[in-house]
Design a protein. Structure first.
Length: 1214
């Protein structure tokens, strides 16, 4: 017999295979035979923990939470909260880096079971692929602000390669990757340069540098024994740092730039490591000094002097990033203070160290340094019972306590360029959550929510039981039926959880549930009758657990009794019976199975202290004995309706044998038992009395054995040395696994005397899980890449189970564990919503109807026409319960038909004119739809359009009337939909334009613009000097008139001519003049004319009235006398002697204010010389006779020949 360790090995292999369950490969030939039903869940649950992975300069925090379906990457920002990034179709995703724009990179499992680098932006996760044609694994580790991504990928040569990805070039292969020396193992700067450890041509690890155009081998420090080097860091200026062996065999840090590698040396202890570098080439790291204190010391290497300066002991060892330097040369590290305590420290270059302040305790730890000199880390609040708190140190060393999220511990891990801090903290509930501090206090990033359900049982009617997470975080048992959905079975009074274990043909459910008792909580078995959960109770102790349920509603299991022993029990319709033991009340017993008659089998302790199989019926426990003459051990595992019992017993030689017991023959020895099974089902009894078990063959190796009711059959192997049993159907099909002649582990199906190798899916392993009466088998099978998926053997063919499911289901990582005789399959997997859900697969009914294809056109047409390429989505669906769509066949304009093996396909039409798509769908049963047609009309050409202005402009380019602009257009494909109407321009202005638009029925538009329209309706402006209405004093001389012409729009074409009319002038030159201008015009043809009438007056030439009349009105003359009224006109000192005047008087008062005072000058009236000019005196004299007038006050008027009036007041009295 082979050693039992091999069984352990196989069990481990099986567990590993199940762990590798992933999304299925491409669907195999043949129709989908199952419809998948998502069981759903009992509500959403929030993950307990979240973990920080990075912080971007935009304040975005990335991290990971864990759900039952796998790890999930998230991004957090105060503006959005926590956002799940999803996956690439697989079970997990991990973020690696985030840039200032919130783009995230990392890696995720795919629906095909591999892992790929991803880029997440704007809510969408993009698969960056791999370097192996889609068949390899890739991971992304860094991203810069331009969105370039660096990482590693499996290549087509089977080795890992470094890559640089961008949106233009895709994934660029940078050559073989040499291993994980730094974290991250590839560095990417803002210039798109990359540093990593690659492989040189001699196969040795070698630091490599991609400068954006070419790859450079950094070289090594000269060791002939170990000519290798490793890259650790990269500056913004392209400095590469790392480590290499020197010719003397010492391990030294180096810096490389521009093709030159420089040995940084050491502090005397034999080695050094470079950890960080800035753009100035300053390098910090650690080195063992010659002092022999056993601690590495932090160093600063100066590129200007080439000197390595010892900065003191380091409190961080190799892989905790012990030191950092920023662009200003500020250094942060963890050292020791004078008291020997580990403390965070900062230095400016090689200057003195500043020990950063604490929160009260003696310990601090620095984790990050930004460009402003701020540091993030943690500090102990007190040496006595203190807590670690996340802190931020300002550039001056001042410490800020960031607190916690309610728990007793927090730590800061990242700090960005503007001082935001990210890290993790315990909450008040004891959960670990990512946090961000943005200057206003610690913000809880929270955790992601998920839903969860799993399947545990399936009955012949397709009812499914299992467990599902509830919003409270506890699991509840559920019952699921297609058409009804998931039902929460609840818990027992006061309990928090329940678990469904068995379901019978009636839909009754048995399981475990928590119940609240006076002393706390306990776990009891429950029975669900279709409407409510019943407590099975206990036998007096605190706990009970069930092991089997019959179709008649019998429940068996075990429970602690008051005496402390556990006893088998039988529960029926509320009655709990203690089955006791074969040794009395003080013994132990356990029930394994019960049939519909209520007969119970299991094991019980005997008076001799052994344990024996028992059969309990009618209130009596019967000892079934053993195969060792009463001196051995036995255990009954199963019983059928005929009362036959199967189990195992030790034989007289002390080895285990299988047995079959019945009331006639007693215990029949079926031969040695080997215990081999992956699923703890090494022995099965069916209703026909057949027993299949893992026994020993004639070669004394593990073999599958069948008792067929009359004889034992060694089922043999598939050519290898072992086989073993996993299942037996009611029709006698046996399934198990066997080693093949080629050394592979394969599932087999045995029926009608023949063992059939079920094969694999291209890999080296398959294993069955269940078999039914039709010979259908579900299990797992390996693919060529070694990963395993759930598979089904049906109709002589092994297929990936996902290939038997209707396409496009969106499910991944399908794990099938349950199968009934109706070919219904149940299990769990990753649902389309990326949660772990139970599912039920039901067979698709036969199909005789053709599928139906619908069309969706994008973009939609305008007036029946499109003006761009058109995507026609052909989507086919089969009839309800049909076999599913196999393909869509289409052709465009009579071209060669194209077959698409998807339920929908996009057809892009780009040709102008009418295009006819002919299409039909075919389902998996071969039913073909009649040809359908769809006409797509495309017009990408804009119409033609022209415009005309009426009337045309004159030779100068101007119009002096309104201008009408009209447009004409044409379109040769879709025809015109509209043309701009005529536009009349009436506003004056130069360089006006009118744009007209023509639109065709497809929506194409064209424009024409009529430009250079200049309108001037306004005649030119004529300015005349003197202006119209002007009065010019004679003393200024008689003016010569002039004129000027202006035009604000079209400008002046002609200034015209002027003429003066002086007919109204007097001999003295005073009087009216008229100056007229005609013939003026502008370039628009507007004519202009103007006239100015002005006068010349004496003005100041009038020298006032002269004696004898006082000009102040004080003169009083004798009534009846003739008064000489005198005045003088003087121009520039000369008298004007040729003027004329008229006189008048007006009595203005009957009174006179005094006596005659001008009698001496009064002359007798002389009517013969009423007005004259006295050249000798240079005066004008008018002799005014006052005869016939009456006494009073008079105003005397003189009207000069320039048209002006002059007056004086005087008195007359007798």
């Amino acid at each position: 017999m082979r050693p039992r360790s091999l069984a352990v090995m196989l069990t481990t292999l099986a567990a590993g295979s199940l762990w590798l369950h992933a999304g299925a490969p491409a669907r195999a030939d043949g129709p989908p035979t199952f419809q998948i039903h998502d069981v759903g869940s009992l509500g959403a649950v929030t993950s307990t923990n979240s973990y920080t992975a990075g912080l971007g300069d935009g304040g975005h925090i990335i991290g990971t939470t864990y759900t039952p379906a796998g790890a999930r990457a998230f991004i957090y920002h105060p503006a959005t909260g926590i956002v799940p990034l999803g996956t690439l179709g697989g079970s997990y995703s991990y973020p690696s880096a985030v840039n200032a724009s919130g783009q995230v990179t990392g890696f995720s499992s795919t629906g095909a079971g591999s892992g790929h680098a991803f880029l997440w932006q704007s809510g969408v996760m993009f698969d960056l692929g791999d370097l192996a044609g889609g068949n390899g694994y890739s991971e992304a580790w860094m991203i810069n602000s331009a969105g370039q991504v660096a990482g590693v990928s499996a290549g087509s040569d089977g080795y890992y390669h470094a890559f640089l990805w961008d949106s233009v070039n895709g994934m660029r292969d940078l050559g073989r990757w040499g291993g994980w020396y730094a974290n991250p193992p590839i560095r990417l700067n803002e210039a798109g340069q990359v540093a990593f450890t690659g492989l040189a041509s001699n196969g040795q690890p070698r630091a490599m540098f991609w400068d954006g155009a070419a790859l450079h081998d950094v070289g090594d420090l000269g060791s002939t024994s170990y000519p290798l080097s490793y890259a650790r860091g990269l500056s913004a200026a392209g400095h590469v740092i790392g480590a290499s062996y020197t010719p003397s065999g010492r391990w030294h840090g180096f810096v490389w730039q521009g093709g030159v590698i420089t040995d940084l040396g050491e502090l005397g202890g034999g080695w050094s490591e470079a950890w960080d570098v800035n753009s100035s080439g300053q390098v910090v790291g650690i080195s063992l000094p010659s002092t022999g204190d056993g601690y590495p010391h932090v160093f600063l290497w100066d590129p200007n002097t080439g000197v390595m300066t010892d900065l003191g002991r380091s409190a961080s060892w190799m892989y905790n990033r012990p030191v950092a330097i920023n662009e200003a040369g500020r250094i942060a590290y963890n050292g020791f203070d004078s008291g020997g305590y580990a403390r965070a420290m900062i230095r400016n270059g090689a200057g003195p160290a500043t020990t950063l302040a604490t929160l009260g305790g003696s310990y601090t730890y620095a984790a990050g340094l930004n460009a402003n000199g701020q540091v993030a880390g943690r500090s102990l609040t007190s040496n006595s019972g203190g807590q670690w708190h996340a802190v931020r140190w300002a550039a001056d060393g001042a410490v800020q306590d960031l607190g916690t999220l309610g728990g007793g511990y927090s730590e800061a891990s990242f700090i960005n360029a503007i001082g935001h801090v990210a890290g993790g903290s315990y909450t008040s509930e004891g959960q670990w959550h990512a946090f961000g501090d943005y200057g206003g206090g610690m913000q809880d990033a929270g955790s992601l929510s998920y839903t969860y359900s799993d399947a545990t049982g399936l009955n012949a009617q397709g009812k499914l039981i299992g467990v599902s997470q509830t919003p409270s975080g506890y699991q509840h048992a559920y019952l699921y039926e297609t058409g009804s959905g998931i039902a929460d079975l609840g818990t027992l009074p006061g309990g928090r959880y329940s678990h469904a274990q068995h379901i019978n043909a009636q839909g009754h459910v048995v399981g475990q549930a928590e119940i609240q008792t006076s002393s706390g909580y306990a776990s009891h078995s429950f029975f669900f009758d279709g409407s409510s959960m019943q407590d099975i109770g206990t036998l007096g102790g605190g706990y009970s657990w069930s092991s089997a349920l019959s179709d008649a509603g019998h429940v068996v299991g075990a429970s602690y009794a008051t005496s402390g022993q556990y006893h088998a029990f039988l529960w029926v319709s509320g009655d709990l019976t203690d089955l006791g033991s074969l040794a009395g009340p003080g013994g132990y017993s356990y029930a394994h199975a019960v049939n519909n008659a209520g007969h119970v089998v299991g094991w019980a302790s005997t008076p001799s202290g052994r344990s024996h199989a028992f059969l309990w019926q009618g209130g009596t426990m019967t000892d079934l004995g053993d195969l060792a003459g009463g001196n051995g051990y036995s255990e009954a595992w199963t019983i059928n309706s005929a009362g036959q019992v199967a189990g195992v017993s030790t034989s007289s030689d002390g080895t285990w044998h299988a047995f079959l017991w019945d009331s006639v023959n007693g215990m029949r020895d079926l031969g040695p038992f080997s215990w081999w099974s992956w699923y703890n089902r090494p022995l099965i009894l069916n209703e026909s009395g057949q027993v299949a078990f893992s026994g020993l063959g004639g070669d004394n190796n593990p073999h599958a054995i069948l008792w067929d009711g009359a004889a034992l059959r060694d089922l043999g192997t598939l050519g290898g040395w072992y086989s073993f049993v996993e299942g037996l159907s009611s029709a006698g099909h046996v399934v198990g696994a066997s080693l093949t002649a080629s050394g592979e582990h394969h599932a087999f199906l045995w029926e009608d005397g023949a063992m059939t190798d079920l094969g694999t899916l291209g890999g080296a392993l398959s294993h069955p899980v269940r078999v039914n009466a039709a010979g259908t088998v579900v299990g797992v099978a390996a693919r060529p890449d070694g990963s395993s998926v759930s598979a089904i053997w049906q109709g002589g063919q092994l297929r990936a189970l996902s290939a038997a499911i209707e396409p496009g289901s969106g499910w991944g990582n399908i794990d099938a564990r349950l199968l009934n005789d109706n070919d219904e399959v149940a299990g769990s997997g990753i649902s389309p919503g990326l949660d772990w859900h139970a599912f039920l697969l039901t067979p698709k009914p036969s199909d005789a109807s053709a599928p139906t294809t619908t069309t969706a056109v994008s973009p939609s047409a305008t007036n029946g026409w499109n003006r761009t390429d058109v995507t026609v989505t052909l989507s086919a669906v089969d009839n309800a319960g049909g076999a599913g769509v196999r393909e869509i066949v289409y052709s465009v304009n009579g071209s060669t038909p194209v077959t698409a093996t998807l339920p929908s396909v996009d057809v892009v039409i780009g040709a102008e004119g009418e295009n006819i798509i002919t299409f039909h769908a075919v389902d998996q049963a071969g039913n073909a739809e009649a040809d359908q047609t769809l006409t797509i009309k495309i017009d990408k050409t804009a119409p033609t359009i022209s415009g005309t202005a009426t009337p045309a402009a004159n030779a100068e380019g101007w119009n002096n009337t309104d201008v009408a602009v009209t447009f004409t257009a044409s379109d040769s494909l879709s025809g015109l939909a509209s043309v701009s109407e005529a536009v009349t321009l009436s506003e004056e202005g130069a360089g006006q334009s009118v744009t007209g638009t023509a639109t065709d029925n497809a929506g194409n538009t064209a424009q024409a613009t009529v430009t250079g329209i200049s309108i001037d309706k306004t005649p030119p402006i004529i300015a005349i000097t003197p202006g119209d209405g002007s009065a010019i004093e004679l003393s200024a001389g008689i003016p010569t008139p002039t004129h000027s012409v202006s035009d604000a729009l079209s400008s002046v074409a002609s200034t015209g001519s002027g003429s003066l009319n002086s007919a109204g002038a007097k001999p003295s030159g005073v009087g009216a003049y008229v100056y007229s201008v005609t013939g003026a015009s502008d370039k628009a043809g507007n004519a202009g004319s103007a006239a100015s009438t002005y006068s010349v007056v004496y003005g100041s030439a009038f020298q006032s009235f002269r004696q004898p009349i006082n000009s102040d009105g004080s003169s009083i003359f004798k009534l009846g006398s003739t008064i000489p009224v005198k005045f003088q006109l003087m121009v520039n000192g000369a008298s004007v002697g040729n003027a004329s005047a008229g006189f008048a008087f007006t009595k203005i008062s009957d009174t006179v204010g005094g006596a005659v005072n001008e009698s001496a000058t009064t002359l007798p009236g002389d009517s013969t010389a009423a007005f004259r000019y006295d050249p000798s005196a240079g005066q004008y004299i008018y002799n005014w006779s006052t005869k016939g007038l009456t006494s009073g006050t008079y105003r005397v008027w003189a009207r000069l020949d320039d048209g002006t009036l002059r007056s004086v007041v005087l008195g007359l009295r007798p």
